[in-house]
Structures are given as structure tokens and as C-alpha cells.
Design a protein. Structure first.
Length: 119
């Protein structure tokens, strides 16, 4: 059964950190790029970061550059996204998703994990 499962979300104060993880099963993980997306209340879903199938190429939305760092472990079928210096505007549901390459619309999606940045 194909699954993408996010974890690591929660409530954090402004300036704090969280580490999101995405665990995959049921498909050939190292054939796929993995992206993180987020959707804030009342807003459209947007791309946050993406890592190529080999892990050799990464990209980030301008709003998170220098704060978030994406990485993957193909032996463990996981992708992590440490998030530092969080701001209230980072509050959203964060999703991981698998695509053949980062520039394409993802084929598989996780259920999402809530990140709330508030004092």
C-alpha cells in the first residue's frame, strides 16, 4: 500500500524550531523527487522545498531560504525538513508529496501535519 506519512508538526513559539519528517512506503522511493508543500488557512497550497530523487538538487521558496533545509535518506525512505527561526506566517498544514521530478505536479501526497507558530 502506497503511503507518505508526515510527522513532527506541532505548536512552537516564534523563533523556535521544528523538524518535519516524511516516511514513504509502497513505491520505489529513490525514483521520485520529494517536495514539501503547505497550505495556510484561507490560502492556496504553495511549494516550500523540493529534493531530487538522488538528493543532489534542492530548491526552496524564497520565504524559507536560510531557515529550512531539506534532506533525504534513500536507504530509509525518509525526507526531513528542519525548520528554524519560525514565524507566525509559517503556520500551515505541511504536506510531503512525490513527483518524478521537482518541476512536475506530484503524483502521491501525504495527509499533512499541522505546524502552528504562536506565542
Amino acid at each position: 500500500q502506497l503511503q507518505l506519512v508526515e510527522s513532527g508538526g506541532g505548536l512552537v513559539q516564534p523563533g523556535g524550531s521544528l523538524r518535519l519528517s516524511c516516511s514513504a512506503s509502497g513505491f520505489t522511493f529513490d525514483y521520485y523527487a520529494i517536495g514539501w508543500f503547505r497550505q495556510a488557512p484561507g490560502k492556496e497550497r504553495e511549494g516550500v522545498s523540493c529534493i531530487s530523487s538522488s538528493g543532489g538538487t534542492t530548491n526552496y521558496a524564497d520565504s524559507v531560504k536560510g531557515r529550512f533545509t531539506i534532506s533525504r535518506n534513500n536507504a530509509k525512505n525518509t525526507v526531513t525538513l528542519p525548520m528554524n527561526s519560525l514565524k507566525p506566517e509559517h503556520t500551515a498544514v505541511y504536506y510531503c508529496a512525490a513527483a518524478r521530478v521537482c518541476s512536475r505536479t506530484p503524483t502521491y501526497w501525504g495527509q499533512g501535519t499541522q505546524v502552528t507558530v504562536s506565542s
